[in-house]
Design a protein around this ligand. Structure first.
Ligand code: SAM
Length: 344
């Protein structure tokens, strides 16, 4: 009984090593290892080191670690040094230009989430996020940062949102029959990646992306979506400005970030803009009703944003309090779930 079971031991060791695995992925991604090995598969460690301008010793260890994580494959050659190539997993998700690239989000995890989580003890202690400790005072003060620094940070954030929205957008857009809606407005729609999936999935639907003016201005960096005349962009503040008219409002990954009082302001503005029969499609990670999972929602909550993670039933109640009736809940099996509700 006192002998630990191997599988139990392994689970604990995996948890202890999880952060090392994350950082190895972030580092290889940042150093463009996967892009390099996609265009030139079969390089050995010294060749990769030369290309990424890093030490041979460090590169070799990073490549070997990536093999153990299932991100790279190594091939032994008789009397020669092993060479490396991407696994299918890396080719699908880790290349800069892959349709399902998560590289933007990985960079966000490395540059923003990682420093925040390195102060998790203080975050738990204080029940507050640790932006100031992680980034210093000036870098969170948007008005004191230089214009270029602000732009760089914003672009990085948009890249992160864009990559997740591209990967999950289709599951959200196809979660419900939306044929009765002709116009939609994606509030906080960022680069338009999610809106684009909605127009692809619903040929009769036009979508307006509403986001802060600075974000709308930069959304041009992301895609040639403007070519599609069923998509348009409007700049504004969803707490203050009038919302564009639409039959269907979309709120994807917005509510969990805001304190309750802001959530209520936003939902009542949407309710006011809706006539009876209009829809509101909410997409978030839904916690299990017993709050036992999913793990990614509970771990995300540790970043201590001022908002909170909720279950589908909790979101349903919130929406009901603003005059919406829940029609459908979908656990999509992708990274985001969705609720469709209708203004009574
Ligand atoms: N909906 C997108 C998605 O799921 O990929 C982006 C979600 S991101 C977490 C939150 C978005 O809300 C950002 O694009 C941000 O610029 C936007 N946002 C934040 N405050 C806003 C405001 N007051 N008015 C309009 N948009 C806002």
């Amino acid at each position: 009984d006192s002998e630990p079971k191997n599988e139990d031991l392994q689970r604990i060791v995996d948890l202890m090593d999880g952060f090392k695995a994350s950082k190895a992925l972030f580092t290889a991604s940042k150093m463009c290892v996967f892009d390099l090995l996609q265009s030139r598969p079969g390089l050995d460690a010294a060749q990769v080191a030369q290309e990424i301008k890093a030490s041979v010793k460090g590169t070799q260890r990073l490549l070997e670690a990536c093999v153990s994580l299932g991100l790279l494959r190594s091939k032994e050659r008789t009397c020669k040094k092993p060479v490396f190539e991407n696994t299918d997993l890396a080719s699908r998700f880790l290349l800069t230009d892959a349709p399902c690239s998560l590289r933007g989000y990985i960079q966000h995890c490395n540059d923003t989430v990682w420093p925040l989580f390195s102060h998790l003890e203080s975050a738990v202690w204080e029940g507050a996020n640790q932006r100031e400790k992680a980034f210093g005072k000036t870098s969170t003060d948007m008005f004191q940062d230089t214009f270029y620094k602000r732009q760089e940070v914003q672009l990085r954030f948009m890249n992160a949102m864009h990559s997740i929205a591209k990967v999950t957008g289709q599951a959200v857009a196809t979660a419900f029959d939306l044929s009765r809606f002709k116009t939609a407005c994606d509030l906080g729609g960022c680069t338009g990646a999610m809106a684009y999936e909605f127009t692809k999935a619903h040929p009769g639907l036009s979508v307006t992306v509403f986001d802060l003016p600075a974000v709308v201005e930069m959304s041009e960096h992301f895609h040639p979506l403007h070519a599609d005349n069923r998509m348009s962009f409007v700049g504004g503040d969803f707490f203050k400005d009038e919302l564009p008219k639409a039959d269907l409002y979309v709120l994807a990954r917005i509510l969990h970030d805001w304190p309750d009082e802001r959530v209520h302001i936003l939902l009542s503005k949407i309710a006011d803009a809706c006539s009876p029969g209009c829809g509101l499609l909410l997409s978030e990670i839904f916690l299990d009703e017993d709050r036992g999972g999913p793990r990614r929602g509970l771990l995300q909550a540790l970043s201590m944003s001022e908002g909170s993670q909720r279950s589908a039933a909790e979101y349903g109640l919130l929406l009901k309090s603003h005059g919406f009736t829940t029609v459908h809940v979908r656990h999509t099996d992708s990274l985001l779930d969705a609720i469709l509700c209708i203004k009574a």
